[in-house]
Ligand binder design. Structure first.
Ligand code: IMP
Length: 435
């Protein structure tokens, strides 16, 4: 079974949605397997721009089935809003979307906790979450006692369950407000709302693990769509400045239920530079005119939260680490066009930490904070490249830049994106990495 994964290798927002959309036609199923409505995928199809959060970008292709697997945390009203938005634009969702009954449900208390608890970490900086309740929902999943899964909403005892959780959560929320009177949650209202959502979602809810394992047996082609990026992986990323799921390649199996041995291709997605939203160290960050230029040209503002993204040079140390971690076969380099018009470009080839040079990505955030990037300067190019349709259409300097990234990361470049449209994509036949 050809299982393909699309994994972001940086801090998210690598334009994975465009790539998934392009690859969708070669697959029978497209699967989201971690994260939730903290993700934002923008897909431009002709005149139309779609902004998706929970629903896989594959939904725009009528011939594929889209699956939101058990590893995702689901906010029912946000999901319904997305479904309604797609339907109102003529996209067929009814037979094409399946949502796992194992997916954990985000409730109002998760949002309240996320808003109140995104305070400083022990080293004093905010994580800067998307405030979509993602972390608190995953925390309850792991804690188990106060977790409610989508399938639970269809059980007779759901009223008692919600009552039980709300009683406990009202105590938590009151204590979070330092004893000040916080508006208590009302179990009956929440229950009525969520039963309403559950009724509307019912046609989509099923056992996605069984469906995917059957698809594997039937030799169907599955595309796994990662959300966020590998540097935000809760176990292997820049902890604690991460999201609460396994957003690197290691999360595909746990989130979807499909064993790793059935995945035969991993495409690692990078921007031609780096961005990050929220807190945490970012060694190649450019808090200067260069960063502002990248932000302006790349329209680097969050799809979900609209926050301006922090911008910096391409970090080959980080990308090499996450490419290896995620078992990446080849790279997709996105937004290359954003770099046009710069005389010189810098690529981070190593870090210096306390005077020691290393190409290893540090496991502790304090070490990463002290990492001074070692930059290599390469020539830029002036020409706009948005009309390039083959590698040979690119200026020499752009080809040289891709070759250098490929060499440093240790993977060939397979796809290059030079603009948001589907057509603005180069499938590179030449393998830049030769070792
Ligand atoms: P959370 O996922 O909302 O808990 O946020 C944790 C961290 O991950 C914050 O720094 C967010 O800005 C970041 N984050 C979460 N989702 C995305 C995404 O889709 N793109 C980029 N950053 C994200």
């Amino acid at each position: 079974m050809p299982g393909t994964c699309v994994i972001g290798l940086q801090w998210g927002d690598e334009a994975k949605g465009k790539l998934v959309d392009l690859l969708t036609l070669d697959h029978d199923l497209v699967v989201r397997y971690q994260g939730g409505a903290n993700a934002g995928h923008t897909v431009v199809a002709g005149e139309n721009t779609y902004k998706l959060s929970l629903i896989p970008s594959g939904i725009l292709t009528p011939s594929v089935r889209c699956v939101i697997a058990g590893g995702v945390v689901i906010n029912p009203p946000a999901c319904l809003q997305e479904i309604d938005g797609l339907v109102s634009r003529g996209i067929r969702v009814a037979d094409n979307l399946l949502i796992s009954d194992r997916a954990h449900v985000i409730f109002p208390w998760h949002m309240a906790e996320d808003r109140s608890l995104d305070e400083s970490t022990s080293d004093g900086e905010n994580i800067g979450t998307t405030q979509r309740g993602i972390g608190p929902c995953y925390r309850d999943k792991v804690g188990r006692s106060y977790a409610i899964r989508l399938g639970d909403l269809y059980r007779n005892d759901i009223g008692q369950r919600i009552e039980h959780v709300v009683t406990a959560k009202n105590r938590v929320i009151a204590s979070m407000h330092g004893g000040e009177q916080a508006e208590p949650l009302d179990a009956k209202t929440i229950c009525a709302d969520y039963l309403g959502y559950a009724e509307r979602l019912k046609p989509y809810v099923a056992d996605s693990t069984a469906l995917l394992l059957d698809a594997v047996d039937a030799d169907q082609r599955i595309l796994f769509e990662g959300a966020q990026g590998a540097l935000l992986d809760v176990d292997h990323g820049t902890f604690p400045y991460v999201t609460s799921s396994n957003s690197s390649g290691v999360g595909v199996s746990s989130g979807s239920g499909v064993p790793g041995r059935f995945i035969d291709k991993v495409l690692g997605v990078v921007k031609a530079y780096c961005t990050r939203v929220g807190g945490g160290p970012f060694p190649t960050e450019q808090s200067n005119d260069i960063g502002q230029r990248l932000r302006d040209r790349g329209n680097e503002y969050g799809t979900v939260t609209k926050r301006p993204r922090r911008c910096g040079w391409f970090d080959a140390v980080a990308a090499r680490y996450t490419a290896r971690l995620s078992g990446v076969d080849s790279l997709a380099v996105m937004l290359l066009d954003v770099l046009s018009g710069m005389d010189e470009l810098s690529i981070c080839t190593a870090y210096e930490i306390d005077g020691q040079r290393t190409t290893n990505f540090p496991s502790h955030v304090d070490d990463l904070r002290r990492a001074v990037p070692v930059f290599e300067t390469v020539p830029g190019w002036q020409a706009e490249i948005t009309a390039a349709r083959s590698i040979d259409d690119l200026p020499d300097a752009a080809r040289g830049y891709l070759d250098r990234i490929s060499e440093l990361v240790g993977r060939p470049v397979e796809v290059v994106s030079v603009g948001p449209d589907r057509e603005q994509t180069i499938f590179a036949s030449r393998a830049a990495h030769t070792s």
